[in-house]
Design a protein around this ligand. Structure first.
Ligand code: GSH
Length: 218
């Protein structure tokens, strides 16, 4: 039996990031969906025992429990053999952490919470998405897409010349938003450097095997 269990739903870009990190490292895992794939389930005592903040993903390696994607994928990189997913250079490592932090505080807030969730849980009149929120976030998304593209004009990956935890965190977020919010797609589509990184990643087995549309929800 595998020593590693990931708890969460395959549609979550955070869960996908953890699965991608495991696949890149060659770490086998079990994805446990049942009991961790709805808002009600996340408040159950069983789930709260894994993630007291009632989110996904949660992660178990033997008797070690971890929650929060950044902590999990860093653990996956450092606890297992396989290709390094963090730069050797101290400055590039700091830049990697910078992008992981920006992913959580700005990119997720805009592209996922500001745009995608407006469509998944519409809060406007008559159960429609709230256009006033979407319009503000759509403008922000254009600015953020430009910031990402400018970075990728000078660097092959977000934190230097090879794949790192930063790409593994940011790109599933952008792909999720692209697929589920037209304003995200419109913001991202014009950017050539982002498109180049996207093309480089989507052909990797770690990305193809974890594409949410290929997964059956439990
Ligand atoms: N800071 C968390 C964020 C995780 C997160 O927001 N996960 C979403 C699914 S993609 C979730 O659990 N949403 C449920 C909710 O917001 O109540 C991480 O990095 O792991």
């Amino acid at each position: 039996m595998s020593e590693v269990t990931i708890y969460g739903a395959p549609a979550s870009n955070f869960v996908r990031s953890v699965r991608i990190a495991c696949r890149e490292k060659g770490v086998p895992y079990v994805l446990e969906i049942e009991g961790h794939n709805s808002l009600e389930a996340l408040s159950s005592p069983e789930h709260l025992a894994l993630h007291p903040f009632a989110r996904i993903p949660a992660f178990r390696h033997g008797d070690r429990l971890i929650y929060e994607t950044a902590g999990i994928i860093r653990y996956v990189d450092e606890a297992f053999d396989g290709p390094a997913l963090q730069p050797d250079d101290v400055y590039e490592r700091a830049v990697m952490t910078q992008w992981m932090s920006a992913a959580l505080d700005y990119i997720n807030a805009c592209f996922i919470r500001g745009l995608v969730l407006q469509y998944v849980f519409p809060r406007g009149e008559n159960g429609e998405p709230d256009r006033s929120v979407i319009d503000v976030e759509a403008e922000r998304a254009k600015r953020y897409a430009q910031i990402l593209d400018d970075r990728l004009a000078e660097s092959e990956f977000l934190a230097g010349g090879r794949l790192s935890l930063a790409d593994i965190m940011v790109m599933p977020m952008l792909i999720n938003a692209w697929n589920r919010a037209p304003e995200a797609k419109a913001a991202l589509e014009p950017h050539e450097n982002l498109g180049r990184l996207y093309q480089a990643l989507v052909s990797r087995p770690s990305f193809t095997e974890t594409a949410p549309e290929l997964q059956t929800a439990a």
